[in-house]
Design a protein around this ligand. Structure first.
Ligand SMILES: *Cc1c(COP(=O)(O)O)cnc(C)c1O
Length: 396
């Protein structure tokens, strides 16, 4: 073997998994045991004690996720929301965090209704604007949370720009004595919409990357999960690990195994999904019933240049607005035959969703907007189905 790093396609298939030492099985076993035997001298010779703290199948998934990211470590959780919650709760008491105004509504609900009442201070800003982020940074700011492209408006945030702001701010606070030398102003990226190989959180300089593995990483709409990736060594990750082990909001061994299996085809799925998203975005952009298409792979998208710099492909999610308003949007969603009407994303099957009606009352999501998650079907079939749905839906 040469010194050259393996291509992502090859890495994803192998991901550090050796054949099982006991049986030679090439597919990894699922270790259901919650408890592990102590030696006569009271020690734990193989390192495992109790599955809330560590489990061999969960370890295999964490190792695979760390390898896939070229990162030191990963901690997996029972859902993406549990992973996000652990990051926010790892911060010192009284911390202030800067979060995007357009973001996954579940994490926004977690922040507003659970964490803010418990003392976390929040600023919600338009993260397309680095100036707005900078203006929100304060003495107690300990984290900037980024989601890009955002859900559901596909806003693009300049990740490296945010990292530079956070580092400068930390230097200022340190000089003013408002930050102790072991404290940081962290940057966490909700990378659910940009798994490897679409983006590389380590190279972008963030401290933590968070995934709902439920989506692209597992990839088959059949298992919930979340992960926190330690992109750069930090005390915060050690506290995330402690929360994981002490609270036990962890995926079961079978869920870890399903996610691990999904990872093996990740690069292939992502290539198909990005190609389909581009083809569907171009089709929609020229359709008379469509008022706007939000996809960073279109050159007319205001975030396309930043997206091209920080993403290897423009992703598999897009949103579009109907010239005929909410009525037309609901009709188009009702008229699809191949696309599945449903929430979530990142699976092999293409999904269409009227986003405003699944989000809480008062959401800023436009009511004429449909969100698409591209699967791995053939683009021609997806476009034909959308064409017939648009033709029927746009008729008053
Ligand atoms: C789905 C999703 C989450 C939450 O993940 P769950 O596994 O549903 O808890 C967080 N962020 C983004 C961007 C998501 O799409």
């Amino acid at each position: 073997m040469s010194e050259r790093a393996l291509h992502p396609d090859t890495l994803a298939v192998h991901l550090g998994l050796e054949p099982d030492g006991v049986t030679g099985a090439i597919a990894p076993p699922i270790h259901l045991s919650t408890t592990f035997e102590r030696a006569a001298d009271g020690s734990y010779p193989l390192g495992y004690v109790y599955s809330r703290s560590a489990n061999p199948t969960r370890d295999a998934l964490e190792r695979a996720l760390a390898l896939l990211h070229g990162a030191p470590a990963a901690a997996v959780f029972a859902s993406g929301s549990a992973a996000a919650s652990a990051v926010f709760r790892s911060l010192p008491a009284g911390s202030h965090v800067v979060v995007p105004r357009d973001m996954y509504h579940g994490v926004r609900v977690l922040l507003r209704e659970v964490l803010a009442p418990a003392g976390l201070r929040l600023s919600e800003v338009d993260q397309r604007d680095l100036g707005a982020i900078e203006a929100a940074l304060g003495e107690r700011t300990r984290l900037v949370w980024i989601e890009t492209p955002s859900n559901p408006m596909l806003h693009v945030t300049d990740v490296e720009g945010v990292v530079a702001l956070a580092r400068r701010h930390a230097d200022r606070l340190l000089a003013a004595g408002a930050l102790t030398p072991d404290e940081r102003v962290l940057v966490a990226l909700d990378a659910t919409w940009t798994p490897p190989t679409w983006a590389d959180p380590v190279a972008l300089g963030v401290d933590l990357a968070v995934h709902a593995t439920t989506k692209y990483l597992a990839g088959h709409s059949d298992v919930l999960g979340g992960a926190v990736i330690e992109a750069r060594p930090s005390e915060a990750f050690a506290r995330v690990r402690a929360l994981q082990q002490v609270e036990g909001a962890v995926p079961s061994p079978f869920e870890c195994w399903l996610t691990l299996r999904g990872l093996r085809t990740l690069p292939h799925r992502l290539r198909a999904q990005a190609a389909n998203a581009g083809a569907v975005a171009r089709f929609l952009a020229q359709h008379p019933a469509v008022a706007a298409v939000h996809y960073p792979g279109l050159t007319e998208h205001p975030g396309s240049e930043v997206a091209a710099r920080q993403m290897r492909a423009a992703g598999g999610m897009l949103a579009f607005q109907l010239a005929g308003g909410e009525v037309a949007a609901m009709r188009v969603a009702a008229a699809v035959r191949l696309w599945r009407r449903g929430t979530s994303l990142g699976g092999v099957e293409s999904l269409i969703e009227h986003r405003a009606s699944v989000e809480p009352e008062g959401t800023a999501t436009p009511r004429d907007l449909l969100r698409l998650s591209l699967g791995i079907e053939h683009a021609d079939d997806l476009i034909d189905d959308l064409a017939q749905a648009l033709e029927r839906g746009a008729q008053a």
